[in-house]
Design a protein. Structure first.
Length: 285
């Protein structure tokens, strides 16, 4: 059974499914019934975690060996049940859409992760193939490639760590063949730590935005004498990184977004004082 928002009909859903990046075009397809304001998207990718039958797709009438050990709760939508551990989410079921038909046929975590977060099957040998530039780009990289996001804010941020198994980093977690220019900004830190801090997001004391602009202008003037190298990919990449870094420093909003310690203690407690809960709170910011 699939729950759909009332304003989304079958034709619109099929149109969205045919688009290059699902989720990026769905809002525009439904725009006639919405306010049209731009919104951010939080993707929570649980590699394992509770089963669907214990959360959003319980099977209370199935044999005991299938339905599991837990009971169900009635959601706000008549006839729709959630797992017993999600009573608050069940009370808000009319404000979300649950798609229970999304699946794939791969039982290997590495290849399945690539399929899940890129929308494409991993090219080449798919068994335990690590992250590489042969991968398809993840959805966050797609957002960066198409120029989504506000000025001075990364189009996509991933936290709190790369997905992997020991030294093996699973594929599909960056821009793949689009190149590192469009990689999501990776934050590999536990936001639940007392000393959590993302460094170098603010201008040093005494350095103004105008002074930063003057320094960048001087840097480009010096570089102008070395234009013989200007078409080298490494040079182009560094120039892009300098511009992006300057935008982040000048805007200042990114630094404020990562100041999770400014959240009320009650809010932080409600999300859970662990890496998963605080990562969700940081993503919301």
């Amino acid at each position: 059974m699939t729950l759909l928002h009332q304003s989304i009909d079958r034709r619109v859903l099929l149109q969205a499914g045919a688009s290059g990046f699902f989720g990026l075009n769905l809002a525009s397809l439904c725009g006639a019934n919405s306010s049209g304001s731009k919104k951010s998207v939080i993707v929570v990718n649980q590699t394992g975690a509770p089963s669907h039958i214990d959360t959003l797709d319980p099977k209370p009438e199935a044999p005991v060996e299938i339905r599991g050990s837990f009971g169900t709760v009635q959601s706000r939508i008549p006839g729709v049940l959630f797992g017993e551990h999600l009573p608050m989410l069940a009370s808000r079921a009319d404000k979300l859409a649950v798609v229970r038909s999304f699946s794939h046929k791969d039982n290997n975590h590495t290849a399945a992760t690539h399929h899940l977060i890129t929308g494409s099957i991993q090219p080449g040998v798919r068994f335990d193939k690590p992250l590489s530039r042969d991968d398809w780009p993840c959805f966050g990289a797609g957002a960066s490639y198409f120029g989504l996001g506000a000025q001075g804010v990364p189009a996509s941020v991933t936290l709190p760590t790369f997905l992997g198994d020991g030294p093996l980093v699973w594929p599909g977690q960056h821009a793949g063949f689009l190149g590192p220019k469009y990689d999501p900004w990776q934050i590999s830190m536990d936001p639940n730590r007392r000393d959590f801090r993302v460094n170098n997001l603010r201008l040093p004391d005494g350095l103004t935005v105008d002074a930063l602009a003057d320094r960048l202008a001087l840097l480009h003037a010096v570089d102008a004498g070395q234009r013989i190298f200007e078409r080298l990919p490494e040079t182009i990449r560094l120039d892009d990184q300098q511009r992006n870094a300057a935008k982040v420093l000048a805007a200042g909003g990114v630094a404020r977004a990562f100041e999770i310690n400014s959240e009320p203690e009650r809010t932080r407690d409600r999300y859970g004082r662990h890496m998963f809960g605080q990562s969700l709170l940081l993503a919301r910011r």
